[in-house]
Ligand binder design. Structure first.
Ligand code: HEC
Length: 154
């Protein structure tokens, strides 16, 4: 079982190779804007398309239930719901450690997060396994986030 997981994680490494390498090089000899402007201070929201997440209070139980289903299928092999680490960190307290935007970026954009986000890189150093891309839609990622809040509320 462990072996399969590690194999899976390795294929994730290769799948990454073709990223979004569209570096614009200005023809006038100036520094590409991507090299100067693209490094804003770390706001804890991670790297990716999710900039703002509106939270539900109280939690949306239908989303929690869908999130649990997705967790069972796609995440539970590596993540426990306690604070115990298996392959990846346990999820207990994750909604207190991380901003919701960070969690959703990590779920939907893991390759870029592991390459660019300091907190994700620190986790990689601890876990030594690259979390594979789970091909999660934004809606699925949002359901799993709701489930994480529900897990932390208990
Ligand atoms: C093959 C194992 C594996 C699977 C499957 C997996 N992850 Fe991960 N996950 C990891 C590892 C390992 C890390 C730590 C970062 C690293 O080393 O890449 C991590 C880190 C995370 C973190 C950050 C946790 C923290 O404490 O900050 C989140 C959030 C996360 N994963 C969400 C998910 C979701 C959502 C799914 C299912 C859709 C999932 N992961 C499936 C291995 C996995």
């Amino acid at each position: 079982m462990k072996k399969t997981i590690i194999l899976l994680a390795c294929t994730g490494l290769f799948a990454y190779a073709c990223g979004n390498g569209s570096a614009e090089t200005p023809t006038d000899g100036s520094t590409p804007s991507s090299m100067v402007a693209d490094q804003p201070a770390d706001d804890g929201k991670g790297v990716g398309e999710i900039k703002e997440v509106a939270l539900n209070n109280p939690l949306d139980e239908a989303m929690v239930a869908r999130g649990l289903g997705i967790y069972d299928l796609k995440c539970s092999a590596c993540h426990k719901l306690t604070d115990q680490r298996v392959v990846g960190p346990g999820w207990k307290g994750v909604t207190e450690r991380r901003k919701p935007e960070w969690i959703m970026n990590m779920t939907t954009n893991v390759d870029m997060m592991l390459d660019k986000d300091p907190a994700a890189q620190k986790l990689l150093e601890e876990c030594l396994v690259r979390m594979p891309n789970q091909n999660m839609s934004l809606a699925d990622a949002r359901d799993v986030l709701e489930f994480m809040y529900s897990n932390d509320a208990k």
